[in-house]
Design a binder for this molecule. Structure first.
Ligand code: DGL
Length: 270
């Protein structure tokens, strides 16, 4: 089925998931929505994040998407359950796949989680990990300044190193061997985070497992795009709620390609 897959985030972080979907599902057409006017979600209430996510799902429905990926940990943590009941389109988030990947990565059963304030407060990673394996110990830390640092393009900057040192310092006191990058912006800081944590801690990027789960879902529902595989280029469409130029240059960097254009959507009208 050649209908596109909708992927959304509060801003540009979800592009790290989009990139992995492009890699694992090269035949699929994709529609990306970044809520650049209302980022960050990570400091907002459940009600607000649910309202924003609902509007984005309504917008994606108008693009006739066949499946939706919430490429945002915060929205996955706070809104996935509500939204799933409100749409007939199959929808997945990044948290469950991230938890599966972390549980498969750890050898010591001591896992660290970093994410936005709302994701960490929700305790969702703890719940998912304990469901997979009650023996797992979780230590978590909110890193709210990482999102604006990423959005400002300071991926390899001394300011970011300094902030990472402050945030991650206390995690190093625990004997963790896996650290979940529980915010889709954070993979863009993986070099700094990796240096800070040291080589004995594996960084878990939920994007890989999310794309894998998406493929399994599409296969199960008989929705894979078999038409796109024989030689036709897939289409990638980008929509944002503000700041088109900044988004385009950012997306070019993250996806290592020329995204060409992005369109503004008045998301409040959905
Ligand atoms: N990228 C989003 C996430 O994965 C959060 C960024 C924000 O605070 O909006 O949680």
């Amino acid at each position: 089925m050649n209908a596109p897959i909708g992927v959304f985030d509060s801003g540009v972080g979800g592009l790290t998931v989009m990139k992995e979907i492009m890699r694992q599902l090269p035949g699929e057409n994709l529609v990306y929505f970044g809520d650049t006017a209302r980022v960050p979600y990570g400091s907002k209430s459940k009600n607000t994040v649910c309202r924003y996510s609902r509007q984005i799902v309504r917008f994606l429905e108008t693009r006739q998407v066949k499946a939706i990926v919430i490429a945002c940990n915060t929205a996955s943590a706070l809104a996935l359950d509500e939204i799933r009941d409100e749409t007939s389109i199959p929808i997945i988030g990044v948290v469950e796949p991230g938890a599966v990947m972390a549980a498969n990565t750890t050898k010591t059963n001591n896992i660290g989680i970093i994410g936005t304030d709302s994701t960490i407060k929700s305790g969702i990673y703890n719940k998912c990990l304990h469901k997979i394996n009650p023996e797992i110990t979780v230590v978590s830390k909110a890193c709210p300044l990482f999102v604006p640092l990423v959005e400002e393009g300071l991926w390899e900057d001394r300011v970011t190193e300094d902030i990472a040192g402050r945030y991650l310092h206390e995690l190093k006191e625990y004997d963790i061997d896996a650290l979940v990058l529980g915010c889709t912006h954070y993979p863009l800081l993986r070099r700094i985070i990796g240096r800070e944590m040291g080589e004995n801690v594996k960084l878990v990027n939920p994007a890989y497992e999310t794309a894998k789960s998406l493929k399994a879902l599409l296969t199960e529902k008989n929705l894979l795009n078999t038409i796109g595989i024989d030689g036709r280029e897939p289409t990638y469409d980008y929509y944002v709620s503000d700041g088109v130029d900044k988004f385009i240059s950012f997306a070019d960097d993250v996806l290592s390609c020329q995204v060409g254009k992005a369109e503004i959507v008045n998301i409040e009208s959905y």
